[in-house]
Design a protein around this ligand. Structure first.
Ligand code: FAD
Length: 324
């Protein structure tokens, strides 16, 4: 069985399938595992900071996902960050709702799930072909992998590109459904500060939306005990407008906009553009399955309500369906 994509959706599916004794290989184009569950270190001399530059926190509202999260809490790979998050206007979002984070940072959850899996990173799939009753999955590296089932968990625009390069024509209604999911881009800026930031407790703040949507203090969040890390995320309009702007200029614009919450000198910074950060709309089903022409599943955060929880539920639903 081949899983394309080592984000939460692909990892959850792979863990369940492997526990049931199936052979699973996860292929991911990224250097690290986790997809949009992403964390990075920023250094300045001896000072080391950490930032979650993808998902900030996650909820567990569905009993199925909550059971997993409770297990992760026991093993210590997940912590409750807060129960509600402030906004610039003083209102509280998700008041009383547990907001979780990975420990020591969000990518750790993906690393934990991947520890007993066969995961191959920096392996970008460029096409797959159904031949003689088996999927042949081809990668940019020249390697190819075979499997009797295929689970594709990339953001849908990337999945559609893969289908094109694989010369697979989906039925028109399915093609239309998949192309109907539109993703927003998001610039995520990781900063290392000289002094603690001015972001209020518990260390995250929803902003007006444009040009900035969110700011988080890694130290208050508990993921950066040494250096003062801050994550700043731009809104979709700003991100779309600056897709082709020079990175240094985007860093400058975002740093200026974040100035009221920084309050100190920036020692180091790193900008990441997520071309597909959040789907604007989510499909009302946990995954899509069909013989195109061999058995293939499409999953990810375009399904099950999106976000971290939706991605996880989509992966779990795929595994359940596959195990019959
Ligand atoms: C900036 C930002 C902030 C966010 N904040 C939150 C938040 O606070 N709370 C929340 O719940 N959600 C948040 N999200 C959304 C959340 O991160 C995602 O919904 C979730 O992580 C998606 O998981 P996934 O497995 O569906 O996709 P991904 O994590 O994107 O995994 C897909 C994987 O497929 C791989 N891939 C793609 N194409 C190929 C290919 N051709 N070959 C091999 N591998 C390939 C990618 O490298 C990636 O690892 C945020 C997202 C972003 C970007």
């Amino acid at each position: 069985m081949i899983v394309v994509g080592g984000g939460l959706c692909g990892l959850m599916a792979a863990v369940v399938l492997q526990r049931q004794g199936l052979g699973v290989t996860v292929l991911d184009k990224g250097k690290g595992i986790g997809g949009r569950l992403a964390s990075r270190r920023l250094r300045h001399g001896d000072i080391l900071g950490c930032c979650d530059f993808g998902a900030q926190y996650f909820k567990a509202q569905h009993p199925l996902f909550l059971a997993w999260v409770e297990d992760w809490l026991k093993t210590g790979v997940v912590k409750v960050w807060a129960e509600g998050m402030g906004t610039e206007t003083g209102a509280i979002r998700s008041e009383g709702v547990k907001l979780y984070r990975g420990e020591p940072s969000n990518r750790s959850l993906a690393q934990y799930l991947a520890q007993d899996l066969k995961v191959i990173n920096q392996e970008r799939v460029n096409s797959f072909h159904w031949q003689d009753g088996i999927w042949q999955v081809r990668c940019d590296s020249g390697q190819f992998y075979v499997g009797d089932r295929l689970i594709v968990t990339a953001p849908l625009p990337q999945t559609l590109e893969l289908l094109t390069t694989s010369n697979i024509n989906l039925p028109a209604d399915i093609q239309q459904t998949l192309t109907g999911v539109v993703y927003d881009p998001c610039f995520s800026l990781s900063l290392l500060l000289e002094q603690p930031s001015l972001v209020p407790d518990p260390g995250g703040l929803w902003l007006s939306g444009e040009p900035l949507a969110w700011i988080a203090c890694s130290t208050k969040k508990g993921i950066s005990p040494q250096g003062y890390g801050v994550t700043v995320q731009a809104g979709p309009e700003f991100s779309r407008h600056h897709l082709k702007t020079d990175a240094e200029q985007v860093i400058q614009l975002m740093t200026e906009a974040a100035h009221p919450w920084l309050g100190s000198k920036v020692l180091n910074s790193h900008l990441h553009l997520w071309r597909y950060s959040h789907p604007q709309n989510s499909l009302d089903q946990p995954f899509l399955f069909g013989d195109f022409p061999g058995p293939v599943y499409f999953g990810g955060d375009a399904f099950c309500g999106g976000k971290v929880e939706g991605a996880a539920l989509s992966g779990l639903a795929i595994a359940e369906h596959l195990l019959g």
